[in-house]
Design a protein around this ligand. Structure first.
Ligand code: CDP
Length: 248
């Protein structure tokens, strides 16, 4: 997320470089139950992002000393594959970035999973980014919510996520990679869908108070659209019947 104001044209004649209006989402497709061995899973294609999420648990907590007699421990491992983008340079294994993203995604779900129901256990959320195109953390949260629902893990609320940013002096929803990397500001957010609680808010760049308020409103409207796609993916899965769904 760099601030390279003015060096890369991101708004041309009032349109974004990919032709979208300021509040348009990129194409979003969600498939449920794509890993039959997992307790719950989801695949998300969002713009050029391709992300797989597998959820396992509640299951025995390992190491045992991590376990709590009061609630399940939510764990999250976000990983970008070495071939996900040119910038990855074929590095594999954890990095500072993947550690940060794993942490912020875990904290989102610690706030919605009803963990008290499953003492002495853990719930694992594994996220693998196969292809990256800006907004992988928001796409990962969107995928993980669906995978958790597919695993039957009780949650207080569904979570949807999207980034809002400033590119070419304009506030835009759902930043693509160029807007994310070369725009003036990036503010990924995640919101619970009934209560409209902000569960993730990170920010890069400089914004005024008025801009932040407007961006939260844009994120709220964007998250509602994302949530409609999450819900219809889950409905499609359960209406079709679980046996028929694993088709690539
Ligand atoms: O993906 P997200 O926007 O949540 O996180 P970011 O750190 O702001 O990265 C923005 C984008 O830059 C990613 O989505 C990737 O497209 C790209 N990126 C990459 O390809 N390799 C990295 N090591 C970091 C970022």
């Amino acid at each position: 997320m760099s601030d390279s104001k003015g060096t890369v044209p991101l708004m041309i004649n009032g349109k974004r470089t990919d032709g979208r209006e300021v509040e348009d989402l990129r194409n979003l497709r969600i498939e449920v139950g794509i890993i039959p061995e997992a307790d719950g899973s989801a695949y998300v294609e969002w713009g050029g992002n391709k992300i797989v999420c597998g959820v396992y648990g509640p299951r025995e907590c390992i190491p045992r000393h991590d376990a709590s007699p009061y609630h399940s421990i939510v764990k999250c491992r976000y990983m970008m594959s070495p071939f996900a983008s040119l910038e990855e340079h074929s590095r594999s294994g954890p990095s500072r970035r993947s550690t940060e993203l794993s942490k912020v995604i875990r904290e989102v779900f610690e706030n919605v999973v009803i963990a008290e129901k499953f003492p002495n256990t853990q719930i694992d959320i594994y996220i693998d980014v196969l292809q990256a195109d800006g907004g992988t953390r928001t796409a990962s949260i969107t995928a993980a919510t669906v995978a958790l629902a597919n695993a039957g893990i009780p949650m207080k609320d569904m979570v949807a996520s999207v980034a809002v940013g400033k590119a070419g002096d304009t506030l835009v929803l759902d930043l693509n990679k160029a807007e994310d990397n070369f725009g003036q500001s990036d503010m990924p957010m995640a919101m619970s869908q009934k209560d409209k609680k902000l569960l993730l808010l990170q920010m890069d760049g400089l914004l005024t108070k008025e801009e932040v308020i407007e961006m939260v409103g844009m994120a709220e409207r964007g998250c509602e659209k994302v949530n409609a796609i999450q819900t219809s993916a889950l409905k499609r899965f359960y209406e079709k019947g679980e046996d028929e769904t694993v088709k690539w």
